[in-house]
Design a protein around this ligand. Structure first.
Ligand SMILES: CC(C)(COP(=O)(O)OP(=O)(O)OC[C@H]1O[C@@H](n2cnc3c(N)ncnc32)[C@H](O)[C@@H]1OP(=O)(O)O)[C@@H](O)C(=O)NCCC(=O)NCCS
Length: 137
């Protein structure tokens, strides 16, 4: 998948909380050797590995291809690669108003560790909390 395709799927997946990332933003993010892209047809996940810790930076699946296990395969690939690289725990941050993603993460053993109050702004300027989740690999 090229950066334009990543931006298209990301744009179809996020309007706010967080906002869509541009192709140029993906380009500059993926330059870093610690940033790892995992792809499946119709979806991708990006992790940042940092010694014994990793962060899931984003995961998105084409709306037309959801509920087919793509995200589960992406999470598995990311976790397998992280374990091989010596990562012991993975952190992520998710909007409190994103129950589907929370459900995905809980299936992989992520637990809430902190709430970031008013972390995002919604479309009408309303504030939305985010949840920091952690998984021990
Ligand atoms: C969250 C997202 C990545 C899931 O992708 P997906 O390929 O549809 O997910 P999968 O088919 O692999 O499903 C994995 C699990 O996620 C949860 N899930 C995903 N979509 C769900 C839905 N519509 N309703 C309830 N649970 C859902 C379930 O636990 C599911 O397991 P199950 O099918 O065995 O019940 C996708 O909905 C998406 O791109 N959303 C917009 C972007 C986003 O919110 N990313 C996460 C930001 S932190």
């Amino acid at each position: 998948m090229n950066v334009g395709e990543l931006a298209t799927i990301h744009g179809a997946s996020f309007s706010f909380a967080p906002r869509p990332w541009s192709a140029a933003e993906f380009e500059s993010l993926l330059i870093s050797p610690n940033v790892k892209l995992f792809q499946q047809t119709g979806g991708f996940a990006i992790f940042r590995f940092a010694g014994p810790e990793a962060e899931l930076l984003t995961i998105a699946v084409d709306p037309a291809l959801r509920r087919q296990g793509i995200a589960k395969r992406l999470m598995l690939a990311g976790h397998d690669s992280a374990k091989s690289a010596g990562v012991e725990e993975v952190f992520l941050e998710v909007s409190q108003e994103n129950p589907h993603a929370k459900s995905l993460y809980e299936r992989f053993g992520y637990e809430a560790r902190a709430i970031r109050t008013n972390y995002y702004s919604g479309p009408n300027g309303q504030k939305i909390n985010s949840i920091v989740m952690r998984c021990v690999l």
